[in-house]
Ligand binder design. Structure first.
Ligand SMILES: Nc1ncnc2c1ncn2[C@@H]1O[C@H](COP(=O)(O)OP(=O)(O)OP(=O)(O)O)[C@@H](O)[C@H]1O
Ligand SMILES: C[C@@](O)(CCOP(=O)(O)OP(=O)(O)O)CC(=O)O
Length: 396
């Protein structure tokens, strides 16, 4: 527990995850139960993380939430579902110990992301995982909590664990068997890297929630996908266990392409990929052709930003090409084009460039985040880290 405020409070961080087998479709909208299993890689929190402080006090008159410096409505059904479920489990746990007064107090929540919110960078996953993890610490809720995060935003359940994480679809109608499990820890494949190519950090036109609803309602291809995905999930888990990058990459790319084919098959069609996304896809295939084997994989969520998975040894060479084709002519106001883990200066891969026949698209990628596989949520014990002042008011 942080001692930074006289109110009882806890501060935690939680990571983003980017799926290689995507969740797309719900069979139960309110419990958030998926139509297929999914699998993701949890990314490093130095580069991408949500941070949340939660506090209880007798003096709080109502539940409240501040996100990125602004008060938001606490009435959002998803936040309400999360709060209700945490309190229900905390009450159950304390039933034998005459209950605790804090269970009857109101909660204040302050959260911020160190990257753009609602811009296709999985802020909802990190945000809800952080909220649930922090509340569980505050109210001493033990056991599985990824199923609570799932009720905030489906993909958030996978951010409760580090490394490589599967969200089990589950079969029960009450959703009790639909939760996340770690397939391999972050230490399993230390060479694995991710490059997030930020094409746009604007809010997307069709959110994931709405997009997948329309796909389920209208796409014929979706039925084929739902049957195929469990097999791909098993195969990619085996590839991760064996550290077989080629198989990992092939499944990742084909799976992403299939998701976006389903989006196009949705009526009216949804187009998350833009011209830059398509150039990135072509560049990755050119690089893999030059290298003679799949050394880089792309995957796209519900937006134009690419996540490239690759091994550490290939990062300088790939970044050199990304810069050649996409580096802005002038600084975009970004301190540097590549942020995150430092990359050693590359040799000049000039022959690569002459072998790739693609147009240069200067400035089409705004910036790149270089990160690796990371751990799950963390508790911050340093009182300085709290997002509350000592008098219990939020630091805004
Ligand atoms: N730190 C946070 N704490 C609580 N809720 C958050 C936090 N960050 C984001 N959210 C919630 O998630 C919403 C954004 O989710 P949305 O799905 O639109 O974007 P995204 O997660 O960034 O993109 P995508 O899901 O396509 O990767 C916010 O409006 C807010 O409700
Ligand atoms: C394309 C995706 O990123 C979709 C994520 O969808 P959300 O988890 O944001 O959807 P809701 O459950 O409705 O909140 C794929 C994935 O992360 O698996």
């Amino acid at each position: 527990m942080s001692g930074s405020c006289k109110f009882e409070c806890v501060t935690c961080t939680a990571p983003v995850n980017i799926a290689v087998i995507k969740y797309w479709g719900k069979k139960d909208e309110s419990l958030i139960l998926p139509t297929n299993p999914s699998l993701s890689v949890t990314l490093g929190q130095d580069e991408l993380r949500a941070k949340t402080s939660v506090a209880v006090s007798e003096s709080f008159k109502e539940d409240r939430i501040w996100l990125n410096g602004r008060e938001e409505s606490i009435e959002s059904p998803r936040i309400q579902n999360v709060l209700k479920e945490i309190r229900r489990r905390a009450h159950k746990r304390s039933a034998d110990s005459k209950g605790e007064s804090k269970l009857f107090q109101h909660v204040h929540i302050v959260s911020e992301n160190n990257f753009p919110t609602a811009a296709g960078l999985a802020s909802s996953a990190a945000g809800y995982a952080c909220l649930v993890y922090s509340l569980a610490k505050l109210f001493a809720v033990q056991g599985e909590i990824s199923d609570i995060a799932r009720q905030g935003s489906g993909s958030a359940c996978r951010s409760i664990y580090g490394g490589f994480v599967k969200w089990k679809m589950g079969e029960r109608e009450d959703g009790t068997d639909s939760y996340a499990v770690q397939v391999a820890p972050e230490s399993h494949w230390p060479e694995m890297r991710a490059l997030i190519l930020v094409v746009s950090d604007q809010k997307k036109l069709v959110g994931s929630t709405e997009g997948m609803q329309t796909s389920i309602a209208t796409s014929e291809l979706m039925k084929h996908r739902i049957n195929l995905v469990p097999k791909w999930t098993d195969e990619i888990i085996e590839a991760i266990k064996q550290k077989d990058f080629t198989t990992f990459a092939k499944i990742t790319m084909r799976e992403s392409n299939q998701l976006h084919a389903v989006c196009l098959d949705t009526y009216p069609p949804i187009m998350y990929l833009n011209d830059t996304s398509k150039l990135i896809i072509r560049l990755v295939h050119c690089i893999n052709d030059i290298l003679g084997v799949e050394k880089v994989a792309y995957t796209f969520d519900a937006g134009p930003n690419a996540c490239l998975y690759l091994l550490e040894e290939d990062v300088p060479r790939v970044l050199h090409l990304v810069k050649h084709f996409f580096l802005p002519a002038q600084s975009n106001g970004q301190p540097s084009f590549v942020t995150g883990i430092p990359v050693p200066e590359s040799e000049a891969f000039t022959s690569d460039i002459s072998n790739i026949h693609l147009p240069q698209s200067q400035g089409a990628i705004k910036y790149v985040i270089h990160t690796k596989v990371g751990p799950g949520p963390q508790v911050l014990t340093d009182p300085q880290e709290s997002l509350f002042h000592e008098d219990g008011t939020p630091k805004l």
